[in-house]
Write a protein that binds this ligand. Sequence first.
Ligand SMILES: *[C@@H]1O[C@H](CO)[C@@H](O)[C@H](O)[C@H]1NC(C)=O
Ligand SMILES: *[C@@H]1O[C@H](CO)[C@@H](O)[C@H](O)[C@H]1NC(C)=O
Ligand SMILES: *[C@@H]1O[C@H](CO)[C@@H](O)[C@H](O)[C@H]1NC(C)=O
Ligand SMILES: *[C@@H]1O[C@H](CO)[C@@H](O)[C@H](O)[C@H]1NC(C)=O
Ligand SMILES: *[C@@H]1O[C@H](CO)[C@@H](O)[C@H](O)[C@H]1NC(C)=O
Ligand SMILES: *[C@@H]1O[C@H](CO)[C@@H](O)[C@H](O)[C@H]1NC(C)=O
Ligand SMILES: *[C@@H]1O[C@H](CO)[C@@H](O)[C@H](O)[C@H]1NC(C)=O
Ligand SMILES: *[C@@H]1O[C@H](CO)[C@@H](O)[C@H](O)[C@H]1NC(C)=O
Length: 417
Amino acid sequence: MASSIKTTKSIFLLSSLLILFTISYAHNITEILSSDPNLSQFSSYLSQTKLDDEINSRQTITVLALDNAAMSSLTSNNSLSVIKNLLSLHVLLDYYDPKKLHSIQNGTVLTTTLYQTTGSATSQEGSVNITDLKGGTVGFGSGVPGSKLESTYTKSVKQIPYNISVLEISDPIIAPSLMNSSSSDANITAVLEKAGCKTFASLISSSGVLKMYQNQMEKGITIFAPTDEAFKAKGVPDLSKLNNAEIVSLLQFHALTSYAPIGTLKSKKGSLTTLASGAGKYDLTTKTAGDSVTLHTGVDSSRVAGTLLDSTPVIIYSVDNVLLPVELFGVAPSPAPIESPASSPSPAPTKSPASSPSPASTESPASAPTEESPEGSPSPSESPESAADDTGKNGGDQRTVPALFVAGFVGVISLVL
Ligand SMILES: *[C@@H]1O[C@H](CO)[C@@H](O)[C@H](O)[C@H]1NC(C)=O
Ligand SMILES: *[C@@H]1O[C@H](CO)[C@@H](O)[C@H](O)[C@H]1NC(C)=O
Ligand SMILES: *[C@@H]1O[C@H](CO)[C@@H](O)[C@H](O)[C@H]1NC(C)=O
Ligand SMILES: *[C@@H]1O[C@H](CO)[C@@H](O)[C@H](O)[C@H]1NC(C)=O
Ligand SMILES: *[C@@H]1O[C@H](CO)[C@@H](O)[C@H](O)[C@H]1NC(C)=O
Ligand SMILES: *[C@@H]1O[C@H](CO)[C@@H](O)[C@H](O)[C@H]1NC(C)=O
Ligand SMILES: *[C@@H]1O[C@H](CO)[C@@H](O)[C@H](O)[C@H]1NC(C)=O
Ligand SMILES: *[C@@H]1O[C@H](CO)[C@@H](O)[C@H](O)[C@H]1NC(C)=O
């Protein structure tokens, strides 16, 4: 039975890897735009806002490109976060080549854009009006009623039917409401508290890691905030057993040193650099299945559950589980032979094996970092059986799955190589 699970996992992984490879290599907007130096600013801003990853991961789309002069009017007065919103209005979720532009039924149509998928748009804000004007001109404008058609079709840049069409237009398409910036000096703790990540918010404040996050905000940061439930889950090690330096490392491990919206997380291969990273340690890896991204630490894993804030270049996600770095919580149990030798023995907290719940700390979740310890939560660094993955009554069964998963993955990798 174990082997059939393993086979199933391998097949599943193999197919998801294949899907991943096919999708991510379909087209490359940066390469397409590089054919025209007049589109260099447009291309550069797609990269800075990571819209390039989103565009590369989609099919049946049309990109409305702006030349450098048109871009300068859009970029000179706006924050990167506003620029991202405006540019995502220039990615149509449908395929329009020049011929289709000139044969729109009834001469006018509203088409959905990438901005619509952010969830912050009304259906009209997130759509673009394409109208076939007299004399062969095609006009573009915001889908908000009453908007003017301020932009016109200039020329075709590239078509790869029916995956991507890139057309140049004369002027930016502006939906006035998108100009309102969600200021980039966002209050991280306020966002976290509002979204049910109070424990995490209080940990980063009390440990001083909040300052480190803030120092990174200008260059770009991605924060993975475990929910309050995540800290209370069974199998979460008793964080009060960690010393200050270890708490800091754990919290730094929950942030990447760059802006990575979901399209970027999906396209990442290899390991992600966290604020705690150094010399190949404290890195994260990702796996993608459809629209869902899972983070892997080597000890445990967590789904990226939701986006709490996306204000380029700052993004905050909620995650279902506390991310446990190998460097602090030891390696996964024996059947997985892949751990790097670097992450060897001891740094984990060597404390009394039976870390019984401290009766003093009752129901006060705010008293971080002395978070209430889950009953009898095993101290992570002892015997293999009590390793961190122990998620419930069926701990035994559940623990073998990730190990086989890893083993299967190794198998697949060696097949692929
Ligand atoms: C369009 O995308 C599909 C799926 O990614 C890919 O298989 C196909 O080769 C692409 N078509 C062209 C012309 O590149
Ligand atoms: C796309 O093309 C650019 C320039 O040609 C290259 O630097 C970049 O790595 C490519 N991106 C992907 C995802 O292949
Ligand atoms: C770039 O723009 C200039 C001025 O608008 C134009 O003369 C030139 O032909 C353009 N270059 C390309 C490659 O389209
Ligand atoms: C930038 O903003 C100023 C004042 O709000 C305005 O006068 C100027 O025209 C704007 N520049 C561009 C290029 O939009
Ligand atoms: C085109 O116009 C006709 C008559 O006004 C209408 O019945 C039809 O639904 C329109 N088609 C589209 C695609 O809007
Ligand atoms: C597009 O805009 C024009 C001009 O504002 C308007 O007449 C037309 O009805 C709009 N088209 C749609 C489908 O809303
Ligand atoms: C944008 O901000 C201005 C001023 O702050 C406000 O008056 C306006 O209602 C806002 N528009 C939208 C659509 O939020
Ligand atoms: C951020 O929000 C918290 C409450 O969540 C508040 O205590 C703090 O003063 C705020 N910081 C700033 C700089 O506004």
